[in-house]
Design a protein around this ligand. Sequence first.
Ligand code: CP3
Length: 375
Amino acid sequence: MGDEHDPGRFLRACRRQPVDRTPVWFMRQAGRSLPEYRRARGNGDILEAATHPELVTELTLQPLRRYAVDAAILFSDIMVPLRAIGCPVRIVPDVGPVLDHPLGGAADIERLRPLEPEADIPSVIEAVTLVTRALEGRGIPLIGFAGAPFTVACYLVEGKPSRTFARVKSLMHTEPSTWQILADRLADIACAFLSAQVRAGARAVQLFDSWAGWLTPADYERFVLPVTARVLSELRALDVPTILFGVGTGELLALMASAGPDVVGIDWRVPIDVARSRLGANTAVQGNLDPAICLAPWEVVAAETRRVLQSAGTAPGHIFNLGHGVLPDTDPGILAAVADLVHQEGRSGASVAERDGIPAEGPDGAGGHQREARP
Ligand code: CP3
């Protein structure tokens, strides 16, 4: 407790308020890179695992025992609510979400019914309740999440992970009204899924639009931005910070900020200072260490971590994260050291520390450079 887990550091940074240290968490901090995860996980795919609240709670809490992260994220998947409304999606090992009969025309889309959280995903609600209870008093909020309409549509329409997204793009341009119905239904599902997580105790939500960066800015603006803005505006009533994340979104950042999230999550392709100028002063930024860097020797990881912190500067509203999920071969010791280094040296929005007379380089005046964190 105490300084290292100052309550609300993550939530304050989301709202661009001053923090004592830069908050940090890692996308996919739970899961495949942790040996204790592989021991606890059992059989069954992630969609099945999501129906066991005690297991989900344990897997969500595991990374908090290793890393001094400032937020937990629910162990789940973006396809969980789709399976829950009867969509025949399955997870193929080493592939991802697969549908034997991808959604084609309007008739398929009509079958996507609304999500009724209490009836359809009671185990997710139960897991959020259990995690929230376990985190009580620790100052570490739980982040709920959902897939954004476009990214979920990619799987439903392509039928499997894609490199070109040809079918979903073709649907948008060939049958724009069908696309709109699909996007609206998925938006309603995301809203219901996220609202239920917040009602059960999640304190922030992240909307994963992982594949938005494969669209042209014009297509993003026409086909994806309005429905994304609607989801974010419906979430505003929940009064929790919202994070909108995507990969390869350098050219979309101003549009994404205009959708109205509190935070935009970026990958490693755009330096944070560039991202900040594109996002504008009213949007916080989350990122953006290249997850592949974490496989390099610690000296390299430390230098790249410092580069991210420097690029983020001292303006409020930076949450340190990777640019995408933790890679399976990552040494957890490296991530533990990254979290410590971010806390030692990260000072974005450091006016609280300055007000309290703590010099920007750290309380010992020597800066963290001599206190090298090692895995
Ligand atoms: O990576 C992202 O961009 C985050 C958004 C996202 C998630 N799932 C969240 C998630 C996306 C795009 C998916 C789709 C998906 N679902 C994929 C990617 C396929 C592709 O196109 O490349 C995969 C492989 C799945 C199925 C899945 N989800 C598996 C096999 C796992 C690993 C855990 C397990 O026990 O099998 C997940 C977990 C998952 N999906 C998490 C999140 C935030 C949380 C768990 C973790 O931290 O590993």
